[in-house]
Design a protein around this ligand. Structure first.
Ligand code: PLP
Length: 436
């Protein structure tokens, strides 16, 4: 088990007496790997430092946002300057349009954009907008895809819900769940069948651009393009959720790597994480005629006291400005190197596995080499029990992995040779631990 971290232990005891499970987001409680979560007090570049003064090479990167590395000087400078001008004005500010323009310039499918504060708000608004625009109620989602914690999309969700092995959530009404159809991922025939039976009632299909919340799953050849075609044929919308992949898997997100070249475009996209560079910002964007259904132009209501917050906008503008093609080339290369090293360490201990990959995102799935992981059923069938000992061995060696096998590993521009070497040194013992 993990080395002694008495300060984190004390902080966790206190937190548990004050907050459900001692956390403000379930996966942080280490529920699926056991042990006491580490309380972090600072982060710089590729490293996190905990309350006991131990540092870790960070492969969570704040669950995605820290693409440039933690506390990037240009982002901090922009944030400090914004803070000095005031925290929130409750009125429009110049940087909202600056961030909107940066997104639009990178992602040509975005004609209009609205800033919100979390990825959940972005997908929630996209779903309401799709219903308002089409006048239909049903939403199709895929098992294992996570789109945030809005009622209607929690059915068969990945991420924390996969980790906790809950089918959905208590407190979600049958009526809310009944308006969501959950289909197996990577199965276009199931989508065709659903549209054949219910086409005139389906407002939208929502999908992660590449799933990364049941572990990473590669969208099969033509899958996303097929969703675009089928939704179009039936007058429904395609919502491509790029909250996790957007501005991380490439300059124009996962769609930029795939759909843009294939010649199809989603009707709506959602963004989060990297777009705010570590501050609470997310967004939805897409076709102007659809987006203009949002208030105050259109009849679909959406609002937010802190939407477009000036400090968050400054962080987003600085982050996207510095997220250059060189940054993506670095993260892509490091991701290939690291996943190859991980795979060889596991092979050396005879641990059956597959590396699941979508662009520069990857995760490991144990006991799945025969067929890989193509959907939620495959992801759940893996030997997940191997991850906890692997995780704790890495943690002991100063490497902070996602505390769940169902999450992607995140790299940044700051992951240099020194950071990677620490990970490579840690892998053999962790692979042995996984072998059991
Ligand atoms: N969509 C996807 C694909 C996500 O990965 C997440 C969060 O991990 C969300 C939506 C929800 O974003 P947030 O946690 O900011 O509400």
């Amino acid at each position: 088990m993990t080395s002694n971290t008495p300060v984190s232990d004390q902080l966790f005891d206190r937190a548990q007496s004050l907050m459900p499970g001692g956390v403000n987001s379930p996966v942080r409680a280490f529920g699926s790997v056991g042990g006491t979560p580490k309380f972090m007090v600072s982060a710089k570049g590729a490293y996190l430092t905990d309350a006991d003064g131990r540092d870790y090479v960070d492969l969570v990167c704040s669950w995605g946002p820290a693409l440039l590395g933690h506390a990037h000087p240009a982002v901090l400078e922009a944030v400090h300057a914004a803070v000095d001008r005031g925290l929130s004005f409750g009125a429009s500010t110049p940087d909202e349009a600056n961030l909107a323009a940066l997104v639009k310039e990178r992602v040509s499918a975005v004609e209009r954009i609205r800033m919100v504060s979390t990825g959940t708000e972005a997908t929630m608004t996209a779903v309401r907008l799709a219903r308002g625009f089409t006048g239909r109620n049903l939403i199709i989602k895929f098992a294992g895809c996570y789109h945030g914690h809005l009622d209607g999309l929690l059915a068969s969700a990945g991420s924390g819900v996969a980790t906790l092995a809950l089918p959905g959530s208590a407190g979600v009404t049958a009526a809310a769940a009944a308006e969501t159809m959950v289909l197996p991922y990577n199965d276009l025939a199931a989508v065709e069948e659903a549209f054949a039976a219910h086409g005139k009632d389906i407002a939208a299909v929502i999908t992660e651009a590449a799933p990364a919340n049941m572990g990473v799953v590669t969208p099969g050849e033509g899958f996303n393009a097929g969703l675009s075609r089928i939704t179009k044929e039936h007058g429904a919308l395609l919502i491509l959720d790029e909250v996790l992949t957007g501005f991380r898997t490439g300059y124009a997100g996962y769609w930029g790597l795939t759909g843009q070249q294939e010649g199809w475009a989603p009707d709506l996209l959602t963004f989060g994480k990297v777009i705010g560079g570590g501050m609470p910002t997310a967004a939805l964007g897409g076709r102007a005629d659809v987006m203009d259904y949002l208030a105050p132009v259109g009849p679909v209501y959406q609002a937010g006291t802190l939407s477009g917050n000036p400090v968050a906008m400054a962080a987003g503008v600085a982050t996207l400005t510095h997220a250059t093609q060189e940054v993506y080339a670095h993260v892509d290369a490091r991701s290939l190197e690291l996943s190859a090293a991980l795979s060889s360490a596991l092979d050396a201990e005879g641990v059956d596995h597959s590396i699941q990959r979508a662009g520069n995102l990857f995760s490991v799935a144990f006991g799945t080499s025969a067929n890989g992981v193509h959907n939620y059923q495959d992801a759940q069938a893996q030997e997940a029990f191997r991850y906890a000992p692997f995780f704790h061995s890495m943690l002991d060696s100063g490497v902070y992995l996602p505390p769940s096998v169902y999450e992607a590993w995140f790299l940044s521009a700051a992951h240099d040779d020194a950071a990677l070497n620490r990970i490579y040194d840690a892998l053999p013992a962790a692979a042995k631990a996984a072998a059991g």
